[in-house]
Design a protein around this ligand. Structure first.
Ligand code: ADE
Length: 244
């Protein structure tokens, strides 16, 4: 079957969201990937289907109950491979490992994945251990819930599934695929508000253009992202200090 995202959430209406538009929406209509939501609410306890309760040990906010989330995850797991390399289970959380292009590539190679979206102060830790869940963050800031973060992760992953991007939108030559930020792009008009497109791009000289683009990628990465630049130099077998 097609790569499938199974999303456990209190807000199934948040999906597909932007994942239903443009390239990814078209790819889903074509059956290149699938999205299923599992509403957490029906697994809630009692007449009001409570899904959360106060933190053990005291403190502010509410925590998603282990039994409720566990029952929803058990349902999400039905029909999926037990092997976690074939089927990752991810909890979106600011405590998680920062999402990278390499992680998206790994998720794209699985048969699909389950994403748990939290709200409130988080989820009972025992569930994370029981289900072998990996925590993933989309950045060092705090969202009100995991739904937007799940969409970010799914977008980054699904566009790497074969057939989703056409040749025109190839994922080969883009920021982060080679460890560098992408070079600047220009299009018509050739002159705008007194600013011309760099001469080399109008030269038709493919060798010079490729060289210019590579140099621009390196310069942008060095100045904007010294962290990525240091990694890049290391991979090239060069030292981080002195001339590159
Ligand atoms: N949930 C709340 N904040 C988040 C973040 N930064 N990344 C992933 N999930 C989150």
């Amino acid at each position: 079957g097609a790569w499938t995202a199974k999303i456990v959430t209190l807000f199934p209406d948040a999906f597909p969201g932007t994942l239903g538009l443009s390239l990814l929406g078209k790819a889903r209509e074509l059956g290149l990937w699938a999205l299923e939501t599992i509403d957490l609410r029906p697994f809630g306890i009692g007449k009001h289907h409570n899904v959360d309760d106060t933190p053990a040990g005291g403190g502010a906010g509410m925590v998603l109950r282990a039994d409720v989330v566990g029952a929803a995850l058990a349902q999400a797991r039905i029909g999926t491979p037990q092997d976690r390399t074939l089927w990752p289970v991810v909890y979106l959380s600011p405590r998680g490992a920062p999402l990278t292009q390499a992680m998206a590539q790994r998720y794209a190679q699985a048969e699909g994945m389950t994403l748990l979206c939290g709200r409130f102060e988080g989820v009972d830790e025992r569930v994370l251990e029981q289900f072998g869940i990996e925590e993933v963050s989309i950045g060092d800031f705090v969202l009100t819930g995991g739904e937007v973060a799940a969409q970010v992760l799914i977008d980054a992953t699904v566009r790497l599934i074969p057939g989703v991007l056409g040749n025109a939108e190839s994922a080969v030559e883009e920021s982060h695929s080679n460890g560098l930020l992408e070079h600047p792009q220009y299009t018509k008009p050739a002159e705008w508000e007194g600013c011309a497109i760099p001469e080399v791009l109008m030269s038709g000289h493919h060798g010079r253009i490729e060289k210019w683009r590579h140099e621009m990628s390196e310069a942008l990465t060095r100045t904007r992202r010294p962290d990525l630049w240091a990694q890049y130099l290391q991979k090239q077998g060069k030292s981080g200090d002195g001339e590159a």
